[in-house]
Design a protein. Structure first.
Length: 92
């Protein structure tokens, strides 16, 4: 583990595309600003661990423990839907 000391306004560069800026320090709390490409996911650790646990639990769930599939939509066209003939008119 790399341990660094940074002051507010100072930065750390990770790889070529991630920039971490110390935005402020208040007591035992540090505010960080993180600039990264759009495809890079950034999570607080507790959120990331919760998501991993939910994914693990879902993968281990028995198929009969899952909710039933949503009912299929009917194929009846709504009145005035494209392709529907108004009442009393016949197709040409």
């Amino acid at each position: 583990m790399l341990i660094l000391t940074r002051r507010p306004g100072e930065r750390v560069v990770i790889g070529d595309e991630i920039l971490v800026t110390v935005m402020g320090v208040s007591g035992h709390t540090v505010r960080l600003g993180i600039e990264a490409p759009g495809g890079v996911s950034i999570y607080r650790e507790e959120i990331w661990l919760a998501v991993k646990e939910e994914n693990r639990a879902a993968a281990e769930a028995a198929p009969d423990a899952l909710p039933p599939a949503a009912p299929a939509e009917t194929e009846h066209a709504a009145p005035g839907a494209p392709g529907e003939q108004p009442p009393g008119e016949s197709p040409d």
